[in-house]
Design a protein around this ligand. Structure first.
Ligand code: DGL
Length: 269
């Protein structure tokens, strides 16, 4: 099936999932939407995040996607079930895959979760983790200052290091061996988060598990693209495209042919 997979996020964060989808499903075409004009989603209300997610899904319908990946934890926390009830195609979120990966890894039974205010407030990770392992100890922390750093391409500065230390340095006193990067923007900061947390704590990103879930669904339903397809991906950002393009190219690698980013005046949004 040669329809694309639609991947959406508030900005560049979902590219961390897109890269993994490209790696695991090299013949699938991706249409990526980053809502950079309205990022960050973290401080917004559940109603607003749900509305924005609906608008993006409606916009992406013109590409006739065969699957939607909500590559945003905040949207997944607030809008996954809503979107599933509105469309007929499979909709994959990022929270359950991340929780599965953490439970699969932890030996101490203590897992950390960092995410946006919205994601942490929603309790979605606690719920997903406890469904898998009721006795798990969970330490959650909202990190509102991380997403702006990433959207500005500020991945490795001393300012970034300081912000990370101040936000999550105190988590080191817990016996956690796994830290869920519960925001798809955070893998961009993984190097520095790893330096702050130390090598005993494995950083868990949901990208890998999410792509695996997408692949399993497409495989089981006979919707995988044929092996001869060499896809040309499409990237759309609702805001100023320059920084989006710089970050996308750095993250996805030069070898990937990026179609020029189309900046749409999304009046409906
Ligand atoms: N990347 C998103 C997430 O995973 C959203 C971050 C934001 O816009 O605050 O939650």
């Amino acid at each position: 099936m040669q329809q694309p997979i639609a991947i959406l996020d508030s900005g560049v964060g979902g590219l961390t999932v897109a890269r993994e989808v490209m790696r695991q499903l090299p013949h699938e075409k991706i249409v990526y939407f980053g809502d950079t004009a309205r990022a960050p989603y973290g401080p917004r209300s559940p109603e607003e995040v749900t509305l924005f997610t609906r608008e993006i899904v409606d916009y992406l319908a013109q590409f006739s996607p065969k699957m939607i990946i909500i590559a945003c934890n905040t949207s997944t926390a607030f809008a996954l079930e809503d979107i599933r009830s509105r469309v007929k195609i499979p909709v994959v979120g990022v929270i359950k895959p991340g929780a599965r990966a953490a439970i699969g890894h932890t030996e101490t039974g203590c897992v950390g979760v960092i995410g946006t205010e919205g994601t942490i407030r929603s309790g979605a990770y606690e719920q997903a983790l406890r469904e898998l392992s009721p006795a798990i100890q969970i330490i959650s922390e909202a990190c509102p200052s991380f997403v702006p750093l990433v959207e500005n391409g500020n991945f490795r500065s001393s300012e970034t290091y300081l912000t990370i230390t101040q936000s999550i340095g105190h988590l080191r006193r817990y016996p956690m061996d796994s830290l869920i990067l519960g925001c798809t923007h955070y893998p961009f900061l993984a190097e520095m988060i790893g330096e702050v947390m130390g090598s005993n704590i494995k950083l868990i990103s949901s990208a890998n598990e999410t792509a695996r879930e997408a692949r399993a669904i497409l495989h089981e339903s006979g919707m995988l693209a044929p092996g001869y397809v060499v896809p040309v991906h499409q990237f759309i950002s609702s805001g100023e495209p320059r920084m989006f393009k710089v970050i996308a190219q750095e993250w996805l690698g030069e070898q990937l042919e990026l179609t020029p980013i189309v900046w749409q005046e999304l009046q409906r949004i």
